[in-house]
Design a protein around this ligand. Structure first.
Ligand code: K1U
Ligand code: ZN
Length: 170
């Protein structure tokens, strides 16, 4: 297992659309395990391949919470995830491991269905709502080079860029 370096905004690798995986090999399974380890270490509730410099359509998600012992931890390691259905709209306050210190509210679908392959290469369908639905949308966006701040006004995006620039100069 290995901890991977997290790519930070405005790195151009976060803007590259990722390539579909043609076969779920041992190498892909290792990449998924390393991504999960990196997500738990951060800590985060999701992570997408471009955030660790990989160009394949891979995400990991675990929205289980230590604060809520009732909530079971479930790690999803997904290959080629796609939203196949969506319903409703919700406001979602989000952060991103690639854009530290920034939290903003964006609009997301309330409920989604996602089709993907699991780490064994088996087809899986996830019907999600709540935080799982939001996190899946955030991670699938990463695979298409989309960041949550893209949904904000141009003015807000400018303010975020200058805040991050100042932080980087410190
Ligand atoms: O993809 C990422 O950058 C990970 C990101 C996912 C996400 C967060 C919030 C809404 C949608 C998607 C994070 O995990 S940021 C860290 C975070 O939210 C968190 C960390 C520890 C405990 C609980 C939440
Ligand atoms: Zn993110």
């Amino acid at each position: 297992m290995a901890l991977l370096d997290i790519v930070l905004f405005p790195d151009a690798r976060l803007r590259e659309p990722c390539d579909p995986v043609t076969e779920v090999t041992d190498q892909i399974r290792q990449q998924l395990r390393d991504m999960a380890e990196t997500m738990y270490d951060a800590p985060g509730i999701g992570l997408a391949a471009p955030q660790v410099g990989l160009r394949s359509r891979l995400i990991v998600v675990d929205v289980g919470s230590d604060d809520e012992p009732e909530s079971p931890r479930r790690l999803y390691q997904l290959v080629n995830p796609e939203i196949t259905a969506s319903e409703g709209q919700v406001d979602s306050e989000e952060g991103c491991l690639s854009i530290p210190t920034i939290r903003e509210t964006v609009q997301r679908f309330e409920r989604i269905s996602v089709a993907a392959l699991d780490e064994q290469g088996q087809p899986i369908t996830i019907d999600a709502d709540g935080l799982l639905a939001i996190c899946l949308q955030h991670e699938i966006d990463h695979l298409n080079g989309i960041l949550f701040i893209d949904y904000l006004s141009k003015l807000k995006q400018q303010l975020i860029k200058s805040k991050l620039k100042k932080l980087a100069q410190r």
